[in-house]
Design a protein around this ligand. Structure first.
Ligand code: ADP
Length: 301
């Protein structure tokens, strides 16, 4: 196969591993920096040009689109889809999963376990919103936050009110969420490929911290997940329309609850902890599924 790998940085661990795995399995692979790709949308024959040359002959495309370039990255991927190139994850699924509110609404519609979550643009009555999600302690999150930044635990009603008022004062969009205390500062990353969780790891927060992000000093280790956790992760990825996803969940008293479904899950942590060749599994999955024009939407919607 001739594969395009959309990535802005060829030195990233995940990018390097995917290139290595594709070559090992006998494929041709080219890294494409999406911001340097330009497109002709007006013609009947959609094309993409890159550094002065048209991109041709690709059979599959692996999108690794960073959160900061979602808009343009999704447009380039959509163009590949319009050209009939098979996407590992579709553009529509990626933009869907990047919108936290939309994701939670889609998951809740299908009955997936979620922490009770409220969101509001300008609640006139913050007290009622706090009551709606079950009262303090609760977690207040900046909608645009990543790597645990802007995720605050408010232990009392007063603290919750001040934090919410503070975020609203700077016009930030927020989520207000039930605090899953029993998860004990740990979350589980399930790596989904197709209909399977191929690897899982636990991330545990540093002492005195409730956020398990590795960037916040958390540490990761091997974990055995339950059949319920397994099926929840696979269903969540499916609902988002992602073939490959990193599904983060917490263990709550009422079963697994989903935190987030990530469309470009990193490979370094999960390969290191599990010792598995996840990059190889991704390429193998593409060998079995990639077909010309095989997307649910062909970039529509
Ligand atoms: P980000 O997308 O910035 O990583 P998350 O929503 O995943 O933000 O939150 C970061 C971490 O904080 C989670 O991995 C989890 O450990 C902890 N956390 C977030 N929300 C809750 C919650 N409702 N209850 C308990 N812990 C939470």
């Amino acid at each position: 196969m001739k594969i395009a790998l959309l990535s802005r940085n060829s030195k990233l661990y995940s990018t390097r591993r995917l290139v290595e795995a594709a070559k090992t399995r006998g494929h041709e692979i080219q890294i494409i920096d999406v911001l340097r790709a330009y497109m002709n949308i007006a013609s009947h024959k959609p094309t993409i040009h890159y550094k002065g040359e048209p991109l041709t002959g690709f059979e599959a495309v692996i999108p690794r689109i960073g959160a900061s370039v979602t808009f343009y990255g999704a447009a380039v991927l959509r163009q590949f889809e319009m050209m009939g190139v098979y996407p590992l994850n579709e553009s529509v699924a990626i933009t869907r999963s990047r919108d936290k509110l939309r994701s939670l609404q889609l998951l809740s519609r299908k009955g997936i376990g979620l922490p009770v979550t409220g969101f509001a643009s300008k609640p006139d009555d913050i007290k009622d919103m706090i009551k709606m999600v079950g009262g303090a302690p609760l977690v207040v999150k900046l909608l645009e936050g990543t790597q645990g930044i802007g995720v605050v635990l408010a232990e009392t009603q007063k603290a919750a009110e001040s934090v919410i008022e503070g975020f609203m004062g700077v016009k930030a969009n927020i989520l207000v969420q039930e605090y899953i205390k029993e998860s004990g500062g740990a979350d589980i990353r399930c790596f989904v490929i197709g209909n399977k969780v191929v690897a899982a790891m636990q991330r545990k927060a540093a002492p005195g911290e409730f956020r398990s992000n590795l960037h916040r000093g958390g540490s990761s280790s091997l974990i055995k997940i339950t059949p319920e956790e397994r099926s929840t992760a696979v269903r969540a990825a499916k609902i988002m329309g992602l073939n490959v996803a990193g599904v983060d969940l917490l263990r709550s008293n009422h079963g697994p609850v989903i935190m987030e479904v990530n469309s470009s899950p990193g490979l370094e942590g999960i390969e290191t902890v599990t010792g598995k060749d996840i990059a190889g599994m991704i390429i193998e999955y593409m060998e079995n599924t990639a077909q010309r024009g095989k997307t649910q939407t062909r970039g529509q919607g």
